[in-house]
Design a protein around this ligand. Structure first.
Ligand SMILES: Nc1nc2c(c(=O)[nH]1)N[C@H]1C(S)=C(S)[C@@H](COP(=O)(O)OP(=O)(O)OC[C@H]3O[C@@H](n4cnc5c(=O)[nH]c(N)nc54)[C@H](O)[C@@H]3O)O[C@H]1N2
Ligand SMILES: Nc1nc2c(c(=O)[nH]1)N[C@H]1C(S)=C(S)[C@@H](COP(=O)(O)OP(=O)(O)OC[C@H]3O[C@@H](n4cnc5c(=O)[nH]c(N)nc54)[C@H](O)[C@@H]3O)O[C@H]1N2
Ligand code: SF4
Ligand SMILES: [Mo]
Length: 764
């Protein structure tokens, strides 16, 4: 691009900030916030400038590489595609289709090209052994949405810009910038909330950056949220505070929930949670009596032993107090490309437990098994054992529990390929690495996070740099591999029609598809006068058509959808290109009952699955509260999962990969700030510098995830110089929420000891 300003949406986290990139002589001069972005209004975090570092990083791979006896060797694309397709095809022929494992990492959902190409790619691989970051993350939210609203990606989003009470449990939006709540400039939005007389309450085992800004803060014992939330439900019933408000006629099984909550009095749960009974009652009362209030839970409540139940109860609390579908409460976003509707139309509302994993019998969710069982499936012999592996934009060695075991598992595969632009802790096990273009060399549209935003917006960014002729986008890599795999499966040749189909798809790519979806969506074509004529006729015909008639789907997913009538119109790809700062589509709006996807059109408040899991919660109540140290994670605004540590600007300064521990525990263990600590569980151990702080609850220790860059064979020089250690080298992969299959990343017990290298060495 010539000199001037390029506007785009930052794709690094879920916040979707608008950035203004100033170009000079073909280079990035500087990056700042885009003041005219309707969602982020000029906000960015320190990671935005790392967009430049990522782009210019000499360690970023730019050509396919292959592992040889004498080291990595560059190869050309055609040769690489053939090699990978041959080897995967060979595995499939020799050991069956399930012998190929696939792991999809987090950056896939920030990449519309990958999203469009993933489905055909997975189909061509044909294996049921699929995994992703979902089961280390938001699976409980997806499950609750599926069970209660009938659709796995229909999330109730806090209407933070209009609420008067924000209750934040197990989330740290000041560091994470929000999750399942795309909320750039959380600080600014919180300030506005307080200025209109509102209040924030935070419940967390650590007084986080968000906790410090709270008007009320409670420490909670890790893993006990389900008890807290159940006691809040109990209080609502006990004090006759249940009022389901706008959703009243839609909600069913309220009584079942009341019965389920009977034993969980605030007094009964107080010891386990560490929160006084009166405080629990007050929490429930405040939520019930503040008209515009929203209760929000995230990682801390989902990736724990009761993640499934806790997340369900959080949804229930918003519903019982009339906050669902209420401005200022929690609402469903209405994105310009409505993957919720599109998914429903193509029969993809979600499913759970249709199959179970081979080794541990764990349930699939949306066709994926829990990431915690990946190593089991690779290491355990037998039919269906994974022999070859594919990772796309993922680093499970650092991001999944028991990383060392996964190291061992990946090291013993017949073949592995990674689509990734770094040689890191996971991809170093690959035989071939296929690096995609850098983010600034491709266009960007946030298909996923536009669906979770606290305001309806649509933003499209054109590529800033032209991708070179010898580069491939992620979608090109995935489609090319899929095409070649399909060809091999069919004995070398595809029928003419299929061949043409693949070629056309590879030719057009994702952007024309975006255009089509935008035009056909809620803010799409303005049908002008035609609508006036057509609409009454369509309404009449709808009245007589059966519920599942395809024409209904068509009318629903077109500008003729009655519920979309009042929305602004005229969106298309070219309209977005003309508005590079993004288009504002207004605040969140009520959308029930149309937006429900349950069979009976009602909200299921007490799905059987959750009730059946309550036996465990009763058991927890009966066992004395744990006295061992509980390990939790944390995030920092200058870090992003495992893959941004090669930017000098982000990692400089004081060491952030430390063990946080309360002074009381430190003194009990004889730990001082200058010490290193050994953190262990079973035979797993890491060593970290100690950070003694009153900000953490006594009995709890915290370590950030995504570090541990000192493994051999990686190629990230800056990250290696700031290695840290991986929390997932301590966490067990045997500890999962049995209801949902989600990894327990928060609330595993650990032992902490002073680390004295000489003494340890002598003993060894
Ligand atoms: N800077 C930065 N931003 C990010 C990311 C990043 O790595 N760095 N990652 C992105 C991704 S992939 C995601 S999913 C989101 C996550 O977004 P958040 O969920 O907001 O992220 P965390 O900071 O992990 O917040 C989890 C909080 O739960 C607390 N916690 C731990 N255990 C418990 C518990 O048992 N109960 C309760 N109540 N709280 C508990 C932790 O102390 C922590 O404050 O962030 C995204 N944004
Ligand atoms: N203990 C603990 N573990 C956790 C968490 C926690 O809180 N505690 N958080 C969990 C969560 S929420 C998540 S989302 C996961 C994330 O876990 P993963 O998704 O497995 O890993 P990331 O660290 O996001 O690594 C992303 C990889 O994608 C590559 N990459 C980046 N951009 C692109 C791209 O555009 N294309 C391609 N092909 N590759 C790209 C990077 O080089 C890197 O290798 O970690 C989970 N693990
Ligand atoms: S908050 Fe997230 S989207 Fe915004 S600039 Fe930072 S990394 Fe990018
Ligand atoms: Mo995540």
């Amino acid at each position: 691009m010539d000199n001037g300003t390029h506007y785009r949406t930052c794709h690094l986290c879920e916040a979707m900030c608008g950035v203004a990139i100033e170009m000079k002589d073909g280079h990035i001069a500087y990056i700042k916030g885009d003041e005219n972005d309707p969602l982020s209004r000029g906000h960015i975090c320190p990671k935005a400038v790392a967009l430049q570092d990522l782009h210019e990083d000499p360690d970023r791979l730019r050509k396919p590489i292959r592992k040889t006896a004498t080291g990595w060797q560059e190869m050309d694309w055609d040769e690489a595609f053939d090699l990978v397709a041959d080897r995967l095809h060979q595995t499939r022929q020799e050991h069956g289709r399930n012998s190929i494992g696939v792991y999809l990492g987090n950056p896939n959902v920030h990449n519309h090209g990958s999203l469009v190409a993933t489905m055909p790619f997975l189909r061509a691989i044909g294996s049921q052994n699929r995994f992703s970051a979902t089961s280390n993350d938001q699976l409980p939210h997806m499950l609750a949405s599926l069970e209660m609203f009938g659709h796995q990606i229909l999330f109730p989003i806090p209407d933070i810009d209009h609420t008067d009470l924000f209750i934040c449990i197990g989330a740290n939006p000041m560091a994470s910038n929000g999750s399942l709540m795309t909320v750039p400039d959380f600080r600014g939005r919180l300030k506005a909330l307080k200025q209109r007389g509102g209040k924030m309450i935070v419940v967390d085992p650590r007084r986080t950056e968000t906790g410090r800004l709270a008007d009320e803060f409670h420490f909670i014992r890790p893993g006990s949220d389900a008890l807290l939330l159940m006691a809040m439900v109990h209080t609502l019933f006990e004090e006759h505070l249940v009022d389901t408000g706008p959703a009243e006629r839609l909600v069913k099984d309220v009584d079942l929930l009341r019965l389920a909550s009977l034993a969980f009095t605030p007094e009964a749960v107080s010891d386990h949670t560490g929160i006084a009974a009166d405080d629990i009652r007050a929490l429930a009362r405040q939520l019930a009596t503040t008209r515009k209030a929203a209760l929000y839970t995230r990682m801390g409540t989902s990736t724990q032993r009761f993640g499934g139940v806790a997340t369900w109860l959080a949804y229930c609390l918003n519903i019982l107090t009339g906050k669902l579908d209420m401005p200022g409460g929690v609402l469903f976003t209405q994105p310009a490309i409505d993957l919720v509707e599109l998914g429903a139309m193509s029969g993809q509302k979600g499913h759970f437990g249709k199959r179970h994993s081979r080794v541990k019998g764990l349930p699939e969710f949306a066709g994926e098994y829990p990431a915690s069982t990946m190593a089991d499936e690779i290491l355990t012999p037998g039919e269906g054992q994974i022999r070859s592996f594919v990772t796309v934009a993922g680093n499970p060695v650092l991001s999944s529990p028991n990383g060392r075991r996964l190291d061992e598992a990946l090291g013993g595969l017949d073949f592995m390929v990674s689509v990734d632009y770094y040689l890191n802790e996971t991809t170093c096990h690959a035989d071939v690495i296929l690096p995609p273009t850098a983010a600034l060399e491709r266009s960007h549209y946030d298909l996923i996070f536009s669906m979770f935003a606290v305001r309806n917006v649509a933003k499209y960014s054109e590529a800033l740099f032209e991708a070179g002729p010898d580069t491939r986008h992620d979608w090109q890599i995935l489609l090319e591999l899929a095409h070649r795999l399909e060809k091999r499966r069919k004995g070398g040749r595809l029928p003419l029609r299929a061949e043409l189909g693949w070629r056309t798809f590879k030719q057009i790519g994702p952007d024309p598809i975006l255009d089509l979806l935008l035009r056909a969506g809620p803010y799409g074509a303005d049908m002008g006068r035609v609508r006036g004529l057509l609409q009454p006729a369509v309404d009449l015909v709808m009245d007589i058509l059966p519920q599942r008639h395809p024409l209904r789907g068509l009318a629903k997913l077109s500008p003729l959808n009655r519920h979309w009538q009042e929305l602004p119109k005229g969106l298309s790809l070219s309209a977005l290109k003309e508005n590079p700062n993004g288009v504002d589509l207004g605040p969140l709006q009520p959308s029930l009952p149309e937006r429900l996807f349950t069979r009976d059109g009602r909200i299921n408040l007490a799905p059987r699955r959750y009730l059946e899991d309550l036996g465990r919660l009763h058991d927890l109540l009966k066992t004395p509260a744990d006295t061992e140290l509980q390990l939790i994670g944390r995030r920092h605004v200058r870090s992003n999962n495992s893959w941004m540590h090669n930017s000098q600007r982000l990692v400089k300064g004081k060491d952030r990969c430390t063990l946080m521990i309360h002074p009381r525990d430190a003194s009990r263990l004889g730990l001082q700030t200058t010490d290193a600590a050994g953190i262990s569980a079973d035979d797993r151990q890491i060593v970290l510098p100690v950070e003694i702080t009153e900000d953490i609850m006594p009995g709890v220790v915290s370590i950030p995830h995504g570090w541990g860059h000192d493994r051999e064979g990686t190629g990230q020089s800056v990250a290696a110089a700031h290695a840290g250690a991986s929390i997932n080298d301590v966490l067990s992969d045997g500890d999962i929420d049995p209801l949902s299959g989600t990894s327990v990343l928060n609330g595993q017990s650990v032992t902490v000891k002073v680390w004295r290298p000489e003494r340890q060495r002598k003993r060894a």
